[in-house]
Structures are given as C-alpha cells and as structure tokens.
Design a protein around this ligand. Sequence first.
Ligand code: UDP
Ligand code: MG
Length: 338
Amino acid sequence: MSPSPTEPGQAPRGPDRTKIAYVLPTYNEGENVEAFYDVLAGAVAEREDLDFELIYIDDGSGDDSLARLRRLRAADPRVTIIAFSRNFGHQIAVTAGIDLAAQVGADAVIVMDTDLQDPPALSLRMIELWEQGVQVVYAQRHHRQDTVFKRTTAKAFYYLLDKVTEARIPRDVGDFRLMDRDVVAEVVKYREHSRFVRGIVANVGFRQEPLEFDRDARHAGRTHYSLGKMLRLASDGLFSFSTLPLQIANVLGVVVAAVSVLVGLFTVVAYAFDPLGLHPPGWALPAVGIFFLGGVQLLMIGMVGAYVGRTYLEVLDRPLYSVARLERGVPGAHDEDA
Ligand code: UDP
Ligand code: MG
C-alpha cells in the first residue's frame, strides 16, 4: 500500500516506468568494483526516464569484492546483490542474475563484465536500439585487446562451433548483450547444467542485431578465465549445441570397413591368381580381418553414440520452441475456431 520510494526532485518510480536490469557477475574484482560502478552510474544518469536495477552477483569472491558491493548498496538502493555460497563460475552467475531480472519484471536485461572490458556507455546505445524494436543487441568485438593466444584460440573455437552447430552463434561475441523481456522469458526456460549462455540466447531466436565495439583491456587485475575454465566453456558450447562428435565414430567406421573390404578383395584376388606377381604375405588376410572388425566396432560405437546423443538431448529437456507472439481472440476474426 505504501507508495514506491521517490527521491526528492525525481520523477516517481513505479511499475509503469520502463525498467532495465543490469546483470553484473563479479569474481575477485576488488580493484574494479568502485571504478566500474562510477562509470556505469555515470552512463545511466543520462536516462532519467528509465528505472535501473544493478544486479551484482558475487561469485564466491575470495577478496573484498562483496564488502565493497555492500558499501555501494548502502549508498545506492538500485544495487542488488546476489552472493553465491562459493564460486560457481561466470555462466552460472550470469544465469542467476537473469533469473532474478525476470522475476522482478525487468523490461530489458543487460549482461556485462565488471572489469570495464565492456564499456558501460555502449549499453546505452543498446538501449536505444532496443527502443527501436531490436530484441537482442549483442556486442561484437571489432578489435580486442586480449593476448594473441586468447585471440587465436577464440577464433579457432568460433570457427569450429559455426561448422558443427545448427544455431547461428555469432562470432567474436561474448556475453555482453541486451535482451528484451520476451527473450529473457524464453532464456530462463533453459535449465541445463553445463551452460553456454550466448549459445542459448542465439538458439532462442527473435530479432537479434550486433553492435560493434572495441574491447578494452581489463581495468585492473587479471583474467579469471584460466585455460581450464576456457576449455570447459568451449566444450560446453560445442557439446551442448552439437552431437556431431558422437557421429565421428560412425563416419570413421564406415570408411575403415569400406577400405578393408576393398583391400580384402584385392588380397583374395592376389592369393588366387596373383596377376601382378605380388606374392602376398601370410599375414595379409588376418590384417584385413583386423581392420574390418575395427571398422565394424567403430560403426557399432557410433550407433551407441547416436542413442547416447538422443538421450542427452532429451535429458537436457529444453523447450521445444519459443513463441515470439501469440495472437488470439481478435473480435470478428475466425481465430475463435482455432
Ligand atoms: N567472473 C565470475 N566468475 C568466475 C570468473 C569470472 O563471475 O568464475 C566474472 C568476472 O568478475 C568478470 C566476468 O565474469 O566480470 C568475466 O571474467 P574475466 O574478465 O576474468 O574473463 P575474460 O574477460 O578474461 O574473458
Ligand atoms: Mg574480462
């Protein structure tokens, strides 16, 4: 019953105002917390017509990140903190933030890193594009200040991902993006445990557009994506959006079996007639047999793989489709019959 909190001299906040939620995963960013907040708060100050909620997820930081976030919250009620009980990883932190943003009824959700690699000013341009009707605005790295190693491995990964997956997962794109509430409503239905959030968002569909930017270097500290974490993310992306690797055994099996049949025929001919004067050695036939059996075994493994792949997809239990809009009950139209 009590009116929503209104600060003096400001437009009233309320459910009828457009609400933008920022999802801000934070892990051991002690040196960046204030610097990032200042830049973000400065950027969103441009849009007094909008309500903002800054959902920080403290992903089990071992430093003073959480204490610093609490200090921010004491001074700014727009700051929300989800404190994890331990480090669950970037993708899970982002997921928790998106879940909460959906629950609090945000009209749009912006996911970004808190190390100032994703410039907060760009998120305001995302909001403008969203206001023009784009439902997902993803930041595409035009130029990135990462190490050569990170750039080349990322490039190879996105190339491979593009080759083997059905969903069009854009290249050079991280998790920095804006999502409309309709998109968020679909994304939160994906409850798989090994998560590749950018793949899920791509998979959901809707009107998605890139926004190019130059990715800066980290403000302070060093990357928390160790080689191990990067490989895990890459395999989550690859395996949760493709069962192609399981079919490799099949293809290999067919090739090996076919070649061994040909070589077998040739050996038999060589034994019987030896038209080329080869004098085939005694082990030729058993060798062919071994190859043939190897091929058959690979083929069978591939078949098991086909079932495992299907079981995997069923266990994921993803939504079968996402409805962009439901139009019904229009008076006078024959929609009623449907
Ligand atoms: N992060 C997180 N949990 C982790 C690792 C990273 O929440 O286990 C956060 C981190 O604080 C940052 C973002 O995820 O805001 C991206 O991490 P990082 O900058 O280390 O990755 P990079 O930019 O090097 O890919
Ligand atoms: Mg970073």
